[in-house]
Design a protein around this ligand. Structure first.
Ligand SMILES: [Zn+2]
Length: 395
């Protein structure tokens, strides 16, 4: 079993921000009150107050003030009291050891930034039916999450910390999952050309396309879009179609994510070195065809998943400059100029005849090998690198 933490930025609206500020403020008051109670009792009787006693007391305080302390989730309050308990235990431990520790600090406004939750109790991470990731926070609402990185497959979120930092809000998820064994090294590399005729063309000749179920959804999307355009804007039918479209968008986003997960997993399992073109946004928009398919296929998602999975598996992704990869002959290096509608690479110099995208993929592999200055015989280097990329915290 492995534990990792994942941190995400939250995008709050004004109302959510105010609610979070308010709850954090209530938590701070409760924290200081719990500390105060311990101090008072200790000074009066020489005895401590246990966590259980404090919980009984502050539970009542919370219930008696629904508009203020009542906004704090009950389990979150328990976590808070455990923090007080921990601070106190540490204090007494040091006292016993003959040290002179400072009394646990009361927290000023600038010293109290976070609140803790148990996942599923007052806080829940979920995907809405449009495929967007949200964090539902009790008494705050459904907050947008900048979900830049997926959680490991089959992971369970245990502990949640919501934190304010420099005016922004973040969530840190402590996640438990079965540790994934590294895939074995294969000594193989691959070049990948993206996004014209096929979704992906591999240097070994494989062409990867959208799976049928995704193509069907995309077809349905086009049908619904046409239907919507015909209907009177704002009418009941129009609204119905719009709602169906929104649901379908969510479904497609999920299907696509799922497909890219599987594809990148396979690539990382099969190859030690994966070379792709370093396509900037500018380059993609300059090539209208590519821009369209890039948008349609979620190629950005493909690239980030690939990079992330490769890193996790201790394998390499090489980014190569995109110039001329489709024009050069991958066999002899002769320039064979061709426009976008020419599908086959035919070299007059050496006689090579190949799918144009596969030819490009082979060039990309060659470039990748030179760019990263790494021959596959150096697989041992990768092996070694793995020792440094083992258990780590991902932000
Ligand atoms: Zn040639």
């Amino acid at each position: 079993m492995m534990i990792r933490t994942y941190k995400y930025r939250l995008f709050t609206n004004k109302r959510q921000r105010e609610a979070l500020d308010f709850i954090l403020w209530q938590q701070r008051i409760l924290y200081n009150a719990a500390l105060e109670q311990r101090k008072t009792v200790y000074e009066a009787t020489g005895k401590g107050v246990s966590y259980v006693e404090q919980w009984a007391h502050f539970r009542d305080v919370r219930n008696a003030n629904p508009d203020t302390f009542g906004m704090v989730n009950a389990t979150s309050l328990q976590q808070l009291l455990r923090r007080v308990d921990k601070a106190y235990r540490a204090f007494f431990r040091r006292l016993k050891a003959g040290e002179t520790p400072g009394y646990p600090r009361f927290k000023g406004r600038n010293r109290f930034h976070s609140m803790e939750f148990k996942h599923g109790d007052g806080v829940k991470l979920y995907q809405n039916d449009r495929g967007q990731v949200r964090l539902r926070i009790q008494n705050v609402g459904h907050v947008k999450v900048k979900y830049h990185r997926d959680l490991p497959a089959d992971s369970r979120i245990k502990h949640v910390v919501i934190k304010r930092s420099l005016g922004n809000w973040y969530v840190t998820l402590m996640v438990e999952f079965e540790s994934l064994p590294y895939p074995p090294l294969t000594g193989e590399g691959v070049g990948i050309d993206v996004g014209l005729k096929s979704l992906l063309a591999l240097s070994d000749g494989t062409l990867v396309d959208n799976p049928r179920w995704l193509r069907n959804s995309l077809k349905r999307l086009r049908v619904l879009n046409r239907k919507l355009a015909r209907q009177k804007k704002g009418s009941t039918n129009w609204r119905q179609t719009a709602a169906r479209l929104a649901r379908l968008h969510g479904k497609i986003a999920n299907q696509r994510r799922d497909f890219w997960h599987k594809t990148t997993r396979q690539l990382v399992n099969q190859y030690d070195l994966i070379c792709i073109e370093n396509l900037t946004l500018g380059f993609m928009t300059a090539n209208r065809h590519l821009a369209l398919s890039a948008h349609d296929a979620g190629l950005g998602e493909f690239r980030s998943l690939l990079a992330y999975k490769a890193e996790e598996a201790g394998k390499q992704v090489a980014l190569v400059p995109p110039q001329y990869t489709s024009q050069l002959c991958s066999e002899c290096g002769t320039m064979v100029a061709k426009s976008l509608n020419v599908r086959v690479h035919q070299c007059a110099a050496c006689g090579l005849e190949l799918d144009r995208d596969v030819n490009a993929a082979r060039n990309i592999l060659t470039l990748g090998l030179s760019v990263c200055d790494l021959t596959l015989a150096l697989a041992g280097v990768l092996q070694e690198a793995r020792h440094f990329s083992g258990e780590s915290s991902h932000e």
